[in-house]
Every structure is written in structure tokens, then in C-alpha cells.
Design a protein around this ligand. Structure first.
Ligand code: NAD
Length: 499
């Protein structure tokens, strides 16, 4: 039986960070596991609602009294570049901590996640240097300017599937526009994000960033239920998003919601099929299959269906599954035991929906106690099947076949979600028509996921509310204020001066 060594020895106890010091905690101790071995590797101290209130109050004080919100653009840029540098300097450590709690591939954490995290700070540093306000010269001799003011305290809540990569976008954007923030990682994967916040505290002015830890319904709920929180940016499941918005509604707190997906990957016979095959495999097996933007419903035109599926299955069966720290591993473990069992449960539903498992569907018991499963694919006859409707969030592809373009569009849009879509075809009219018809916030044509930070990213329907990205973040993390003044004061109507 293999036993996979930990990528790093993590701290045994992980605590929140409030006002630059370990938080008061106050809640129970929660275990953190290494998904590749199933062993407990750390203990997380949950922050009680009272501790969360202290974190928010500290962020509020720093916003109201501290220099952060009123720094010049150049000063804030210098801090953001320092944040970038500290991430680059600690990229190996952060990647290893992330690997230890998530089981994501170390190679990809170093090359993609930590580089992206550092880039997020550079991106927003450059963005604020170019942001433009509005100025209106009114004919009556008045000048109106529209200022974009920081909103205040931002609550930033991250999921477990890519903690640092996702949270760093929120942190960089919130800080760049002059806000202070309280970060809450997933209780399952707090290690790297906790270290990141500690590192950022070292290079940022006091009180600008805080960290609270714990379960969603305790610590997370307490955070979004604080009247002093001015804005909430959440990435996670759709059900949680609904709960948070209901709480936020009581305080009229604006939210962005980056939620789940069941994205269609439509492959036409007119595609470069070799490239589409590579794209389909990347679309479902990257990030150990745990990504919101996975192309998890693969719709293939019937004339190429059998050949495409056969080759997909051959390649899926050859994927190297195992040690997330090994250079040649292609698929690591799922993030938790409960999640693994949930994903395996979907395999059991395929037959009940008159579908057929094409490959996989079982646990990799030969890999010890880690949460490894076989790369899995199923073919279902209609889009009503459970595995064609629900987000599985694992290395599990669902295949459907279609004949006509209109059929493909109808099938692709036949879900509650609407995060991204993929279209593979070299026929321009097909590409144009299908892209415009997709009910999703993003459409990628002839490419796997490719994020452009200046462009808005986010989902429609059950996949989200609002967008992240350059201008979208500027709008979300600032509030417009209209200021009007006369250029040379004209006489006013003098009420009450008449004889
Ligand atoms: P989750 O919703 O269970 O948890 C996300 C975070 O919310 C965690 O930090 C959790 O502790 C917290 N939370 C839970 N209940 C809460 C509550 N009542 N109030 C406040 N906070 C609460 O999601 P997850 O299982 O960690 O992540 C997987 C989900 O995230 C998937 O559905 C995936 O599609 C989605 N996701 C979306 C995107 C995107 O950009 N659209 C990106 C990554 C992941």
C-alpha cells in the first residue's frame, strides 16, 4: 500500500488573525486532513461569532481612522506590489500548504495558482493607476464630478477547491480600491490562506486585513450577519449563496456570488477533433475535477460520438492518478472523505437513469486511505439524468449526443446553472450562433478555460450574481459619489429677503 508523504509539515494549530495577533477563537477545534493519505495534519480553532465581531470592528476602525482608504494611488500601488512580492517569495511554501489541505497537484499549485495569486495584486495595482473618473461641465456654470469611494469593510469568503487562487483575487481587488477586509477560508482548507493573510499583514498597514476561521453556519454566518460589513464577495456552492444573500438582505449588504456550474462542452463534427479531445479532458480532469468551470456535460455531435467517446475513455483510463506532489501525477485525490463518497454516489445513479458507465465509478483502494477515485465517464440518453443536471464537482464526465445545432443549444441551456460554456467548431456561423445562444456568463470557443482578468467573469441563473474582473470589481468595491459645485458662485435666490 503506498503511503504519500506530506508536502510540508504544517503548523499543528491554525488560528484566525485579528488586528495582527492570533484571534480569540472561542469555538471548537476542527480537524484538517491530508486528502492523499486521510491523516489528520492540523487542528483549526474555530472563531466564535464574538471573535468575528472583533475582526469586523478592527477592520472598521482601520477603514474609518487608518490611512488606507485615503492613501494616494501610488502609495497603495506600492503596497500591492509588496503583496505580490511576498507571494512570489513564499510561493513554494504556500503551494505546499495548499497541497497539504486540498490534495491539488503541487506542480500546478506552484505554476498556476501561486503565480495567479501574485498576478492578481499586480493586475489591480496597474488597474488603479489607470482608473478614470467622470467630470461633467454643466451649462449653468456648475462642475459635477463623480468620485468612486471605497465601500468600507469587505467580507471575503472562499471555498475549498482553489483557496489562495480564488481568495487572492478578492483580497487584491478589495484592497486596491481602498477597502479593508476580513477573509474567511473554508474550514476544510485553511492552511495556505491563513499563511497568506499572515504574510500580507506583514507588508500592509495595521488593520487592513484580518482572518477568521470556522464552519460556514457559525463563523461564516456571523461574518455576513455583521451590520458593519459593507460588501460581501462569496465563492462557493449555490445553496450557500442563497443562504448568504438572505442574511445579507437583512442589512442591505451588496453581494457578488460566484457559485456552482454544470457547464456544457459542445463538440461539433466541424471541430478540430484532436484539439477538442484534449480540451474535453482538461475541462473535466483539471484541478482533480473540482472546479466550478468544469466542462462536465460533454455534448458530442452524433456523427463523431462513438469515436470521440472511445478515445476519451482510453485517455481517461491512462491518466496517472496518485501522489499530488509527484511531477508526473495527472489526477490527485478529492478534497475530503465526504466529498469522495458524494461523487461516488453519482456513479450509482447512472443506471437508474438508463445510462451507462463508460469507465471508472469506483474508489482507488490500491492507493491507501487517500480520497482517490477512478477517472469516470458516463453516457446518459437524455439531459434529465441526475448526472446531467447536478454539479458533481469531481473527475466525472457526463456524455450526451446531439444531431442538430438547435438541439445542442437547447440541451446546453437545459440546466439551472449558467457559469461557462465551451464550443468546439471551425465553422464560423455555428460558433457565432451557438456562442450568442448560450445562457452562461462566459463562452470559450476552441479553447479550454482561459481567464482574461480585464473581462467580467461570473455566472447567470444558479451560477451567480454579479461579476469579478477589472471594471466589474471597480464597480463592486467602490461606491459612486456625485459632487456638484459652481465654478464661480452665481447669486442664489434670496428667500425671505423681500421687503
Ligand atoms: P460551500 O458553499 O460549502 O462553502 C464555501 C464557503 O462558504 C466556505 O468558506 C464555507 O465555510 C462558507 N459558508 C458555508 N455556509 C455559510 C453560511 N451560511 N454563511 C457564510 N458562509 C458560509 O462551497 P464549497 O463546497 O467550499 O465549494 C464548492 C462550491 O464552490 C462548488 O459548488 C463550486 O462550483 C463553487 N465554486 C464556484 C466558483 C465560481 O467562480 N463560480 C469557483 C470555485 C468554486
Amino acid at each position: 500500500m503506498p503511503s504519500f508523504d506530506l508536502p510540508i509539515t504544517p503548523p499543528t494549530r491554525v488560528q484566525g488573525l485579528v488586528a495582527g495577533a492570533p484571534s480569540a477563537g472561542g469555538g471548537p477545534e476542527l480537524p484538517v486532513f491530508y486528502p492523499a493519505s486521510g491523516e489528520q495534519i492540523a487542528t483549526l480553532i474555530e472563531d466564535s461569532p464574538q471573535t468575528v465581531a472583533q475582526a469586523v470592528a478592527a477592520a472598521r476602525r482601520a477603514f474609518d481612522k487608518g490611512p488606507w482608504a485615503s492613501l494616494s494611488v501610488e502609495q497603495r500601488q506600492a503596497h500591492l506590489y509588496a503583496c505580490r512580492q511576498v507571494i512570489l517569495d513564499h510561493a513554494d511554501e504556500l503551494a505546499r500548504l495548499e497541497c497539504a489541505a486540498t490534495g491539488l497537484l503541487l506542480r500546478e499549485l506552484k505554476s498556476r495558482h501561486m503565480e495567479r495569486a501574485a498576478y492578481n495584486f499586480k493586475f489591480f495595482a496597474e488597474y488603479i493607476g489607470q482608473a478614470q473618473g467622470a467630470r461633467y461641465d454643466q451649462s449653468a456654470g456648475y462642475l459635477t464630478t463623480v468620485a468612486r469611494m471605497p465601500v468600507g469593510v469587505a467580507a471575503l469568503i472562499a471555498p475549498w477547491n482553489a483557496p489562495v487562487a480564488l481568495a487572492s483575487m478578492k483580497i487584491a481587488a478589495a484592497l486596491a480600491f481602498g477597502n479593508t477586509c476580513v477573509v474567511k477560508p473554508s474550514e476544510q482548507t485553511p492552511l495556505a490562506l491563513a499563511r497568506l493573510v499572515q504574510l500580507l499583514q506583514d507588508v500592509l498597514p495595521d488593520g487592513v486585513i484580518h482572518l477568521v476561521n470556522g464552519r460556514g453556519h457559525v463563523t461564516g454566518h456571523a461574518l455576513v450577519d455583521q451590520p458593519e460589513v459593507d460588501v460581501i464577495s462569496f465563492t462557493g456552492g449555490t445553496h450557500t449563496g442563497r443562504t448568504i444573500m438572505a442574511t445579507a438582505g437583512r442589512h442591505l449588504t451588496p453581494c457578488t456570488m460566484e457559485l456552482g456550474g454544470k457547464s456544457a462542452n459542445i463538440i461539433f463534427a466541424s471541430a478540430d477533433v484532436e484539439r477538442a479531445l484534449d480540451g474535453a479532458l482538461l475541462g473535466i480532469f483539471s484541478n482533480n475535477g473540482q472546479q466550478c468551470l468544469a466542462g462536465s456535460r460533454i455534448l458530442v455531435q452524433s456523427s463523431i460520438f462513438d469515436a470521440f467517446v472511445e478515445r476519451f475513455v482510453q485517455r481517461a483510463q491512462r491518466l496517472r492518478v496518485g501522489d499530488p506532489t509527484a511531477e508526473d501525477t495527472e489526477l490527485g485525490p478529492l478534497a475530503s472523505l465526504a466529498h469522495m463518497n458524494r461523487v461516488l454516489g453519482f456513479a450509482a445513479s447512472v443506471a437508474a437513469d438508463n445510462g451507462r458507465l463508460l469507465t471508472g465509478g469506483g474508489r482507488r483502494d490500491d492507493l491507501g486511505n487517500g480520497y482517490f477515485i477512478e477517472p469516470t465517464a458516463a453516457h446518459v440518453p437524455t439531459g434529465n439524468a441526475k448526472v446531467a443536471q447536478e454539479e458533481i464537482f469531481g473527475p466525472f464526465a457526463t456524455f450526451l449526443s446531439f444531431d442538430t445545432t438547435e438541439q445542442a443549444i437547447a440541451m446546453a441551456n437545459d440546466t439551472a446553472y449558467g457559469l461557462v460554456s465551451y464550443v468546439w467548431s471551425d465553422h464560423l456561423p455555428t460558433v457565432t450562433h451557438v456562442s450568442e445562444s448560450m445562457r452562461s456568463g462566459v463562452v470559450w470557443v476552441n479553447t479550454p478555460m482561459m481567464r482574461e482578468l480585464r473581462a467580467p467573469f461570473g455566472g447567470m441563473q444558479a451560477s451567480g450574481v454579479g461579476r469579478e474582473g477589472g471594471q466589474a470589481c471597480e464597480r463592486f468595491y467602490t461606491e459612486e459619489k456625485t459632487i456638484t459645485m459652481p465654478k464661480s458662485p452665481p447669486p442664489l435666490r434670496a428667500l425671505g429677503k423681500q421687503a
